[in-house]
Every structure is written in structure tokens, then in C-alpha cells.
Design a protein around this ligand. Structure first.
Ligand SMILES: Cc1cc2nc3c(=O)[nH]c(=O)nc-3n(C[C@H](O)[C@H](O)[C@H](O)COP(=O)(O)O)c2cc1C
Length: 364
């Protein structure tokens, strides 16, 4: 007999991993006789959560982005006020791989520790923290995994999640899978912060629709953060895009590409070589124009250099984003991207039948 009457899971999913895990847990809860609501986070932002009396367990289940939770999901957790004092659990799906028979885990970074801390400070009881290593969906960086590998990883994790759910509903606390990787997670916090404050704005903004696009607008409708709009009748990615990979993986025409192979080295060269040089030249010129600057402290000079470098980087980013409006630029990106080749597989979690699942779910 389960300890809880109700289960509410709020999830953030780009390519289905977090959604599927939420459904697996939901299906198990149904078997235990619990009332189950599984809802994507964007739906919860629009509609109030259902009034569920009694003892409710709340789950937050999300993809991991840049060693953290995606920005909009993190925002939701920071603002979450429903059912104060309830028991909660955290699941983050990560970029798993499989080499031969070995299942390789992804990395959580802040994706477990930060929401656990925030929810604990808000008075919630964090009962379980569970990273789940389903196939990596980051296909702007690598081709999607092969079908057999994906299927075997999904089957492997379905079993683990069933066991985890059974324990969870009976009050078992699970922290060890999150604690085991804590030393590495703590070490990579600087990278997580770098991605959150800088990286995500650049990495996410290199999507474009090629001439294969047949204007079905599915990407616009399905985008979880509503970050794709029409400009001159073409899909265009707004700055709010979180790079969840939904559009690129689900486009029926395979018309959505990204050009990380050119743009990321370009941005790196710019920030390591070109921008510091321009920043130095700017400071030298300022010293000539305003000789009093010579007497300024090295800290102020350093700050000035950083301001120039950040301004240049941001300017380049906006320039790339603006150039994506133009057909010739998109064509140039298309010719030079490796994601256009057939071997660059797309990824979405394969369907697995869930006979007992009557949960309230919908595609993002
Ligand atoms: C932009 C981006 C960043 C990612 N960062 C991480 C990461 O830091 N650590 C990790 O293990 N996986 C990372 N991944 C992989 C996804 O978190 C992983 O494949 C997840 O299972 C996808 O879940 P979904 O299908 O519900 O979107 C990243 C994926 C994307 C698209």
C-alpha cells in the first residue's frame, strides 16, 4: 500500500527522455492506486495545478542542460509554491552512452544539488534524488546513438525506474545515485555557471531552417519554450531558445540544422585571440587620448578590457543571430554544417507501450 494518495509530476523534456521517465513513474503509481497527474512544465505555467487534497508526492523531472537544469525549469522551481511542505523527488535525465556492454553516465553538475537546496529551503521534504542516464540527445554536438543502443538503454532504465518508483511510493529515501557523483558535480560547477550565464546563449542560437522546410510550422507549435517564430514566413529562433533539441530531432523534413562545427570554433578563436587583442588596443588608445588613465589602478584597466571583450562577444552573437534572417547566410551555414549528412542521426526516445498508464500527458 503506497504512502501517498496523489502523485504530481512536472517535467521538462526536449526529446522525450524526461517525459518517458515521468510516465514510467506515473504508470507505477497508478498500479499502486494513486491519483496521477503528469504534466509538462509549460502547461503548468498557463493553467493552475489541480486541487488535490490529501497526501501528495511531487516529482520534478527534467533534462539536464549544461550541468544544470534548463533555465525555465529552474525558474519554475524557484517560484514553486504549490502544496507547501509536501514530499518531493528530483529526477534529471542525463546524456548516457553505451560502449560495448558498459553504460556510461552523464554529468549532473548543479542539476540535482541546486533544486534540492531550493526546495529544502522552501520547506519541502526532498525524499529522492535520481539521475537517469538515457541516450544523449545533444545532437548538435554528436550524431544520435544507434537504434539498438538506444533500445537497450531504454529497456535497462525502464527496469531501474520501476524499482526506484516502488521504493519511492513506500517511503524509501534514495540519495546515493546523486551523492556518488557529488565530487565531480561540485568540480564542474564553474562550467555549469559558465554555460548558464554565457554558453547557453551562444550554443542555442545556431539553429536554422533549410530550404527543405515545407512551412508545416510543427516546430513553432511544439517548441516547449515558444522560442520559434515566423520571420518572412520562415522559422526563426528567438533568444529565449533553450536548445532542448525538440525541433531539430522531430522535424519531419529534417529541415532544421545547426552549425556548431563552424560557429563554436569561430566564437572560441574570437574570444581567445581576436577580442583580447582588440581590448588591448582599445585600452592603449584610451591611454593616449586620456593620459590620466595611466594613473588608474590595474584593476580598472582590467575591468575596461573585460567590458570591451564581453561587448565584442555579445555583438558577434547578435550579429550571427541577425544574419540568420538572410537566405544567403543560411545557405552558407547549410553548406558548411555536418549535421546535414545522413550519418548524423536524429534522436527521440522510441515508443514503449505503457498498458496501465492513464496519466494526463501531452506532447510539448
Ligand atoms: C543543450 C544541452 C545540454 C546538455 N547538457 C548536459 C549535461 O550537462 N549533462 C548531461 O549529462 N547531459 C546533458 N545533455 C543531454 C540531455 O540532458 C539528455 O540527453 C537528456 O536525457 C535529454 O532529455 P529529454 O529527451 O527529456 O530532453 C544536454 C543536452 C542538451 C541539448
Amino acid at each position: 500500500m503506497a504512502r501517498y494518495q496523489n502523485l504530481l509530476i512536472i517535467y521538462y523534456s526536449g526529446t522525450g527522455n524526461a517525459k518517458r521517465v515521468s510516465e514510467w513513474i506515473g504508470a507505477k503509481a497508478k498500479e499502486e492506486g494513486m491519483n496521477v497527474v503528469v504534466t509538462p512544465f509549460w502547461k503548468f505555467l498557463k493553467e493552475p495545478l489541480p486541487e488535490v487534497g490529501g497526501n501528495t508526492l511531487i516529482g520534478f523531472c527534467s533534462a539536464t542542460h549544461g550541468f544544470n537544469l534548463p533555465h525555465s525549469f529552474l525558474k519554475l522551481i524557484f517560484r514553486f509554491r504549490a502544496y507547501p511542505g509536501s514530499d518531493v523527488f528530483l529526477v534529471n535525465t542525463r546524456a548516457g552512452m553505451k560502449i560495448a556492454k558498459l553504460f556510461i553516465p552523464g554529468l549532473s553538475g548543479l542539476a540535482q544539488i541546486l533544486p534540492a537546496l531550493v526546495l529544502w529551503l522552501k520547506g519541502y521534504h526532498v525524499k529522492a534524488m535520481r539521475p537517469v542516464d538515457l541516450p544523449s540527445n545533444w545532437i548538435s554536438l554528436h550524431p544520435g546513438l544507434k537504434k539498438q543502443v538506444v533500445e537497450s538503454m531504454v529497456a535497462h532504465w525502464k527496469e531501474k525506474i520501476d524499482r526506484f518508483s516502488a521504493g519511492l511510493f513506500n517511503g524509501k529515501r534514495t540519495y546515493w545515485p546523486a551523492i556518488i557523483s557529488l565530487p565531480i558535480d561540485i568540480l564542474i560547477i564553474p562550467v555549469a555557471l559558465g554555460y548558464y550565464f554565457i554558453g547557453r546563449f551562444f550554443i542555442a542560437k545556431t539553429f536554422f531552417a533549410t530550404d527543405r522546410c515545407n512551412d508545416c510550422h510543427l516546430c513553432l507549435k511544439a517548441c516547449p519554450t515558444k522560442s520559434i517564430i515566423l520571420k518572412d514566413q520562415r522559422p526563426f529562433w528567438k533568444l529565449t531558445c533553450e536548445s532542448c533539441m525538440h525541433c531539430m530531432n522531430f522535424c519531419p523534413q529534417r529541415a532544421i540544422e545547426t552549425n556548431h562545427n563552424i560557429l563554436i570554433p569561430f566564437l572560441l578563436i574570437l574570444s581567445i585571440l581576436v577580442n583580447p587583442w582588440i581590448a588591448n588596443q582599445t585600452v592603449n588608445l584610451s591611454k593616449q587620448l586620456i593620459p590620466d588613465l595611466l594613473f588608474l589602478s590595474p584593476w580598472i584597466i582590467m575591468t575596461l578590457k573585460w567590458v570591451v571583450m564581453i561587448a565584442l562577444f555579445t555583438g558577434t552573437y547578435y550579429a550571427i543571430h541577425y544574419l540568420m534572417h538572410f537566405r544567403w547566410f543560411r545557405k552558407l551555414m547549410r553548406w558548411t554544417t555536418i549535421t546535414q549528412f545522413r550519418f548524423w542521426r536524429r534522436y527521440k526516445i522510441p515508443p514503449t507501450p505503457l498498458p496501465h498508464c492513464q496519466t494526463q500527458t501531452s506532447e510539448p
